[in-house]
Design a protein around this ligand. Structure first.
Ligand SMILES: NC(=O)c1ccc[n+]([C@@H]2O[C@H](COP(=O)([O-])OP(=O)(O)OC[C@H]3O[C@@H](n4cnc5c(N)ncnc54)[C@H](O)[C@@H]3O)[C@@H](O)[C@H]2O)c1
Length: 293
């Protein structure tokens, strides 16, 4: 990969760039949905490098196999399970396989989602139903299954992957932003419901993150990639590893008193009122300076 920062070309370079930090995670079992590609792949790689045993789940069996093989080649212990988180039967099968292989689940990372966005008046019922099933019911059911195991084991961690779209609306954000708002509510509700069992529940809201998907767009339209980067206060797209680092911290003992929180890893996107640029703050700053004389 040349020209654009942030996306390692293959799973070996994803793993090679990670420094493990949390010795307490060694040997624990993490279920990661959507682990075949993008942010989920980076999370699986990070947790495997921390010495965790990984249950990697994805609807895309071919990509999942490549990721699992790459992780194993680096010495990781990985069970791959092909399935669709929008289907309750597939979630049952996922947890049956995880328990049969590893005997427990310590961490649940709900990352898989349908990312399609549309305008309200262009949007069709089928997409709404699919996104509610994948982005809301999927994490809900996976958390329910995982929490029952964690309760019996004396504790655990659930991390949902939300989005900046949960608190700042995307243009053409339907129904995706609605489902991510539900994730934030689910995070708080689960945290107070499960806290008594020693289960912490948090969420991460990525900003625009440079996955293979963004990379393809950047190659065909580098000018728009550059313009978007400039509107981010830290001046660059997020890296999948930025999200994976926070997952590792949140499930570690270092974060033992953090629950019910949504943390945005977005280079400052949700902090700003309007973006920097020719039509943004720079211009109004200049106008204010001129008024001051
Ligand atoms: N990339 C971004 O800029 C960005 C920004 C904000 C939030 N997010 C969130 O981060 C998470 C990961 O996004 P990404 O950019 O890596 O997406 P992606 O499309 O690159 O990866 C998603 C993975 O989930 C899998 N998946 C999709 N539907 C599934 C289903 N029904 N069952 C099982 N697996 C399924 C896909 O096959 C894929 O491997 C999502 O929750 C997304 O909403 C991403």
């Amino acid at each position: 990969m040349t020209g654009f920062p942030g996306v390692p070309t293959d799973i070996a370079s994803v793993i090679g760039s990670i420094t493990p930090r949390y010795a307490g995670l060694t040997g624990k079992v993490a279920v990661v949905t959507g682990a075949a590609k993008g942010i989920g792949q980076s999370i699986a790689a990070r947790l495997a490098t921390e010495g965790m045993r990984i249950v990697a789940a994805d609807i895309d069996g071919e990509a999942l196999k490549l990721t699992a093989e790459g992780l194993r080649a680096s010495g990781a212990i990985v069970l791959e399970v092909t399935g669709d988180v929008s289907r309750a039967a597939d979630i049952d099968a996922l947890f049956e396989s995880a328990l049969a292989t590893f005997g427990t689940v310590d961490v649940m990372v709900n990352n898989a989602a349908n990312l399609r966005r549309s305008r309200l008046l262009d949007e069709h019922d089928a997409l709404l139903e699919q996104q509610l099933a994948t982005n809301v019911a999927g994490p809900y059911r996976c958390s329910q299954k995982a929490a029952a195991i964690m309760r019996d084991m004396g504790g655990g961690n659930i991390v949902h992957i939300s989005s900046v779209g949960a608190v700042r609306a995307h243009h053409r954000g339907f129904p995706y932003d609605v489902t991510k708002g539900a994730i934030n509510a689910m995070t708080r509700a689960m945290a107070i419901d499960l806290g008594g069992y020693g289960i912490r529940v948090n969420a991460i809201g990525p900003g625009v993150t440079h996955t293979y998907r963004v990379d393809a767009g950047a190659r065909t339209d580098p000018e728009s990639y550059r313009a978007t980067s400039e509107r981010i206060p830290l001046g660059r797209f997020g890296r999948p590893s930025d999200i994976a680092s926070l997952v590792a911290f949140l499930i570690s003992e270092e974060a033992d008193y953090i629950t019910g929180q949504v943390i945005y890893v977005d280079g400052g996107i949700t902090a700003q009122l309007s973006p920097q640029g020719p039509n943004g703050l720079e211009k109004s700053d200049r106008a204010i300076d001129e008024m001051k004389g």
